[in-house]
Design a protein around this ligand. Structure first.
Ligand SMILES: Nc1ncnc2c1ncn2[C@@H]1O[C@H](COP(=O)(O)OP(=O)(O)OP(=O)(O)O)[C@@H](O)[C@H]1O
Ligand SMILES: [Mg+2]
Length: 365
């Protein structure tokens, strides 16, 4: 079980969007994924609309009353993807726990207990609130690593400096396993010079911690929460789906060294049609979007005044036959097959490479 805190004290940078869609991507590749909503805004919870009774329990009950995680886990519309939701009572928990001994490690203890009791999640992703208070400290104390979504804008690095200070503090005092293992640029505006400058600077400071792929600004990603669906379900042909598919693959490569050879196809397979017609046409989306490929955006930026070219992969590319068999639903229980079964070697090309070679992928090649 790998526990990842998706964290940045800056608001609106893409934490929840990344938690939902990276989680869904990992789940679609056969991993059991548990998402924890650690934000009193409960955006993750409303995005996923977990099934079952809203009174079944939340992360507040986990922290305040030490209720076992197994009692709080709920299913979502995606198989293999589970969530412990948040309620607005979470806003008061920092004050309520202020005098409690061991309050920083409640989540770590709860996850350890759950794992000992047979909770078989391959990945736990914690969607953090935009602050560095007790909720964030709990997430960092429980986590193996921090994944930090940022926007490529002027204040990104100063925000990172503050975060790194807190991360080191937690690492020294509470959790020596914790490492800053990933920074991912979200809402990438490939045609803005500043985006490239900031990306370069982040790469200079943090090196390989920075994910190679970026998540482009994409209207479908902003629409998907209101439809209570992941991007793979809501708009599998969008740039947003392509970028989170690529992020999922990069994440798995970094952690497991192997990814299933057909990962891209499996992630971008078409789901059921959206319940309501999306408000914007694909054409409008393409005009609005900046290019997500750093490489192709570089080319665009070098042409004075040139608009960034839209770079979604061809609609039919990488899709399995419509009648491809669905995987059976799996509960959050032990004995799942390894995620990389039938996978490729780490250095072997995967489905992502042709997309990148086309200039359609989200990262530099
Ligand atoms: N790549 C993207 N393109 C367009 N819109 C996006 C993208 N990523 C996220 N959004 C939208 O931007 C808003 C902020 O994103 P999100 O909620 O993921 O950020 P956050 O860091 O979790 O915010 P908070 O700090 O408030 O929890 C949301 O409305 C989301 O739908
Ligand atoms: Mg959020």
């Amino acid at each position: 079980m790998l526990t990842v805190a998706v964290i940045n004290q800056k608001g609106g940078v893409g934490k929840t969007t990344t938690t939902v869609n990276l989680g869904a991507g990992l789940a679609r590749l056969g991993n059991r994924v548990l998402l924890l909503d650690f934000d009193p805004q409960a955006n993750l919870t409303s995005h996923l609309e977990p099934t079952g009774d809203a009174n079944e329990g939340t992360t507040y009950d986990l922290l305040r009353d030490r209720r076992p995680i197994a009692e709080l886990v709920r299913e979502t519309g995606e198989e293999n993807l589970f969530v412990v939701p948040a309620g607005d009572d979470l806003a008061g928990v920092e004050i309520e726990l202020a005098s409690e001994i061991g309050r920083e490690s409640i989540l770590r203890d709860a996850l350890a207990r759950a794992e000992a009791d047979g909770l078989a999640a391959d990945f736990v992703l914690i969607d953090c609130a935009p602050s560095l208070g007790l909720l964030a400290v709990n997430a960092l104390t429980a986590a193996d690593e921090a994944l930090v979504p940022i926007q490529a804008e002027f204040f990104a690095l100063s925000g990172m400096a503050k975060f790194v200070e807190v991360q080191r503090l937690v690492q020294n005092r509470l959790n020596d396993r914790l490492r800053l293992a990933g920074i991912v640029i979200c809402m990438w505006k490939g045609n803005a010079r500043l985006s490239h400058e900031v990306r370069e600077e982040v790469e200079n400071v943090f090196g390989d911690v920075l994910y190679r792929g970026v998540v482009r600004q994409n209207v479908k990603l902003a629409e998907a929460p209101s439809a209570a669906r992941t991007i793979f379900d809501y708009a599998p042909d969008s740039n947003g789906a392509a970028d989170y598919a690529a992020l999922t693959i990069e994440f798995l490569r970094r952690h497991e060294g192997v990814v299933p050879a057909d990962a891209m196809e499996r992630l971008l397979r078409s789901g059921p049609p959206p319940a309501a017609a999306p408000p914007a046409t694909e054409e409008a989306e393409e005009v609005e979007e900046a290019s997500g490929s750093v490489e192709s955006a570089d080319a665009a930026a070098s042409e004075e005044g040139a608009a960034a070219a839209p770079s979604a992969p061809p609609e039919s590319e990488g899709r399995p036959a419509p009648d491809a068999p669905e995987e059976p639903e799996k509960p959050l229980q032990p004995d799942a097959p390894p995620a990389d079964e039938g996978g490729t070697r780490p250095d072997a090309p995967t489905a992502i490479d042709p997309v990148q070679a086309d200039g359609g992928g989200p990262g530099p090649s």
